[in-house]
Design a binder for this molecule. Structure first.
Ligand code: BG6
Length: 520
């Protein structure tokens, strides 16, 4: 397939206003569960990116909190994480300054008395650095600690401080089904007002995910055809080559539907399908997303399938089956793959199926949305195409590559110039983020951490949204819990998932698009 590339001119790039980002007020970020992987791999590297971009306030401290008795080695370990995950030279002077902002405080999450000591310690740090009373609590712990931490923060008056302000960032998973999400929301809102709560879904921090709205609503030409009259069906794929990466105990309880579909995939569905919000403000966007999720009727159990990977090969290397992963039951029924067909029953989307899938240990790492348009009403070249160079006229396809190879491609048919016949061949117009704007090392958390510090909730999940997506998926989870899968493992690591998923989409007359990634 031929490809025409697109890029931004140096002149256009120079017109883009840089440095117009707001800088948050002075404050302290307190990370609960700071000795875990997330802090080292994602949060601290992201905060350091903000430091390098000059977006952290001068008066700003990071306090890592966890159960382990650690001291200065915590900050040094974070330095190691930033160097490892950012590939930075160890002697970067900005890094030294950044590391000097980090403190550690040992605390038992369920011990109220420890919070009194933490409160005093935060006041002491604030006093010493002239920081003031602004606090951002980041809950990066296992989910069972969310409620006790929130309750104890409330009980010590740390959620509604007399002087200053406080907010809380809560990592996913937010609940494990509808009831638990509702209960957690009640516990959270008993202590923090909703405008103080930032439920994080790191997909919303990805540039390419934010770009879905820009693509749709900053361009005049796509919106008129963005509906059932022109769109045939939509596929959303979140394929990973990674396995469970030592997270066996978490994954045993979660599975792909809870881990990725309820949040990341559902967010992508809403961004593709929502009506134009009146502005890019938290409330307008939230309302439109909610309407999408509410318009999805309950999902028939025949329209969802699950899979679990067996042994196989990833990039030529042998990998073990899920059941052989550390701390995973040899009889595990946890799904490492889930696929579903959903519909959105509103005027725009009635009759357009959305096929969703997410899986670990798939053949290729790719998160993509593909929007297939309907064929023209009359294929006048079709008969000729049968003897053509390119045998079939393929429908227009718009592909949004969320990661990797971030970009957007539009496939259309073009006349093959070297023949005298009307031979039609699919070609691609391709926009590549890295080529146009340069490679970004952002991991999605920079944007979200900055917005949480600024108090902007646009890219965070709201209480209603979380409950609505759980309401949609809980019946599926219950049905699965009541009927153990008979044939796990049912796909080999390094394949494109289980056969039942191919049957699911074939019932609609389609096939999964497995030629994911950039075509060059
Ligand atoms: C996380 C899931 O939310 O998203 C992980 O818990 C998954 O299991 C990850 O691997 C995928 O995120 P990304 O940014 O690597 O696509």
């Amino acid at each position: 397939m031929a490809t025409a590339q697109m890029s931004i001119s140096a002149e256009d790039l120079s017109q883009i206003p840089h440095g117009s980002e707001k800088i948050p007020e002075a404050g302290i970020m307190v990370i609960f569960g700071a000795s875990g992987d997330l802090t080292r791999r994602k949060l601290l590297p992201a905060l350091f990116h903000l430091e390098k971009a000059g977006l952290l306030p001068e008066k700003f401290a990071i306090v890592g909190v966890a159960r382990r008795a650690l001291g200065d080695e915590f900050a040094e370990d974070m330095r190691g994480g930033i160097i490892e995950f950012d590939g930075l030279p160890a002697g970067d002077p900005k890094l030294d300054n950044f590391i000097s902002r980090i403190r550690y405080f040992p605390l038992r999450f369920d011990a109220l008395e420890d919070y009194a000591v933490l409160k005093t310690e935060l006041e002491r740090i604030a006093e010493e650095k002239g920081i003031g009373g602004r606090r951002l609590y980041y809950l990066a712990t296992a989910p069972e600690h969310f409620a006790p931490i929130i309750e104890n923060l409330g009980a010590q008056g740390m959620a509604q401080p007399e002087r200053g302000t406080a907010a809380v960032v809560i990592e996913k998973p937010f609940g494990h089904d509808l009831d638990s999400a509702r209960a957690l929301n009640c516990q959270v809102n008993a202590v923090f007002r909703e405008d103080q709560v930032f439920r994080i879904d790191h997909y919303l921090g990805k540039e390419t995910v934010q770009n879905i709205l820009v693509f749709r609503f900053a361009n005049g030409i796509f919106e008129p055809i963005w509906n059932r009259n022109y769109i045939d069906h939509v596929q959303i794929t979140v394929a990973e080559t990674l396995g469970v990466e030592g997270r066996g105990p978490f994954y045993e309880k979660a599975g792909a539907l809870r881990d990725v579909v309820q949040n990341h995939v559902m967010e992508l569905v809403s961004l593709v399908a929502l009506e134009p919000p009146s502005s890019f403000e938290a409330e307008s966007v939230r309302r439109e997303k909610l309407k999408v999720w509410r318009a999805i009727p309950s999902i028939p159990i025949l329209d969802v399938v699950r899979g679990q990977y067996g042994a196989g090969q990833i990039d030529g290397q042998d990998v073990v089956s899920y059941r052989e992963e550390p701390r995973v039951s040899p009889q595990s029924g946890a799904e490492t793959y889930a696929a579903a067909r959903v519909e959105i029953e509103n005027w725009r989307w009635a009759g357009v199926p959305f096929y969703l899938r997410a899986g670990k240990r798939m053949q290729k790492r790719a998160t993509e949305i593909s929007i297939q348009f309907k064929q023209p009403p009359l294929l006048i070249f079709d008969r000729l195409a049968s003897r053509a160079v390119c045998q079939v006229i393929k429908p227009n396809l718009l592909t949004i590559r969320i990661q990797p190879d971030e970009g957007i491609a539009l496939r259309f048919g073009a006349k093959v110039p070297t023949t005298m016949e009307m031979d039609v061949c699919p070609v691609n117009m391709d926009f590549d983020y890295a080529e146009a704007f340069g490679k970004s090392s952002a991991n999605g958390y920079e944007r979200l951490l900055l917005d949480a510090m600024l108090g902007d909730q646009t890219l965070f999940s709201h209480r209603d949204g979380v409950e609505t997506t759980w309401a949609l998926l809980t019946p599926v989870l219950e049905a699965w819990a009541n009927k153990k899968p008979e044939v796990f493992p049912n796909y080999a690591a390094g394949s494109w998932g289980p056969e039942c998923a191919d049957h699911l989409i074939a019932r609609g007359g389609y096939a999964w698009r497995n030629d994911l990634g950039r075509k060059v």
